[in-house]
Design a protein around this ligand. Structure first.
Ligand code: AMP
Length: 186
C-alpha cells in the first residue's frame, strides 16, 4: 500500500527540507498545509484572505478549514496512488482524529508519524535566522507556544497508536535525512 506519513516537529526543525528530500527519493506527494495557505494568500483567494492575518500573528487557522482542505487534497488520485507526506498537519487533536477517520473511510492506514526532534532554543535561533515573512519575533514565540500547547500532545497520541517514530533532528542535513529514511524504512 502507498505510504502515508506525517512529519511532526517544531517550526524550524527542518521539516520542509527533509520532506523535499523524501519526496524526491520515494516519489510520494508532499502535502504542506503551510505551503497551501501561503499559495492561497499569494493568489488572494477567499481562503488566503481569511488565513493571512492569522498566519502573521502565529495563530492557527481553524480546524474546520484545515480538515476540509486536507481531505480534499487527500482525495486526489496522485496522492491515493503514490502516497503522501503530510507536513504541518495535523497540528491539533481534532485534526489528528479527523485524519484518522478520513483514512479509515478510505480504507487505508497511517504508516508512521515521524517527529524530527530539535530543542526549543535551537529552533528559535534557526527561525530568527531564516527571515520568512511571518517570522517576526512575536510570531515565532506564538507559534512555538501553540506547538507545545496544541501539537506536542499529538506525540503521545501517535505513540499510543504505535505509530510514533522519533528522530534526532540535530546535525547535518544528510545525517538527519539518513535517520529519517532509516526510521520509516520505505
Ligand atoms: P507552516 O509552514 O507549517 O509553519 O505553517 C505556517 C502557518 O500556517 C502556521 O503558523 C499557521 O498559521 C498556518 N497553518 C499551517 N498548517 C496549519 C494547520 N494544520 N492548522 C492550523 N493552522 C495551520
Amino acid at each position: 500500500m502507498a505510504p502515508r506519513i506525517i512529519v511532526l516537529g517544531r517550526q524550524g526543525a527542518g521539516k520542509g527540507t527533509q520532506c523535499a528530500r523524501l519526496v524526491t527519493e520515494y516519489g510520494i506527494k508532499h502535502v504542506s498545509t503551510g505551503d497551501m495557505l501561503r499559495a492561497a494568500v499569494a493568489a488572494g483567494t477567499e481562503l488566503g484572505k481569511q488565513a493571512e492575518q492569522i498566519m502573521k500573528s502565529g495563530g492557527l487557522v481553524s480546524d474546520e478549514i484545515m480538515n476540509g482542505i486536507v481531505a480534499e487534497r487527500l482525495s486526489e488520485d496522485d496522492v491515493i496512488e503514490n502516497g503522501v507526506l503530510l507536513d504541518g498537519y495535523p497540528r491539533t487533536t481534532n485534526q489528528a482524529e479527523t485524519l484518522e477517520a478520513f483514512f479509515a473511510s478510505q480504507g487505508v492506514e497511517l504508516t508512521a508519524a515521524v517527529n524530527i526532534d530539535v530543542p526549543l532554543e535551537e529552533v528559535t535561533a534557526r527561525m530568527m535566522a531564516r527571515g520568512r515573512e511571518d517570522d517576526t519575533e512575536e510570531g515565532i514565540a506564538e507559534r512555538l507556544r501553540l506547538y507545545e500547547e496544541q501539537t506536542a500532545p499529538l506525540l503521545a497520541w501517535f505513540a499510543e497508536r504505535g505509530k510514533l517514530v522519533v528522530v534526532d533532528g540535530l546535525g547535518e542535513e544528510d545525517e538527519v535525512f539518513s535517520r529519517v529514511a532509516g526510521a520509516i524504512a520505505l
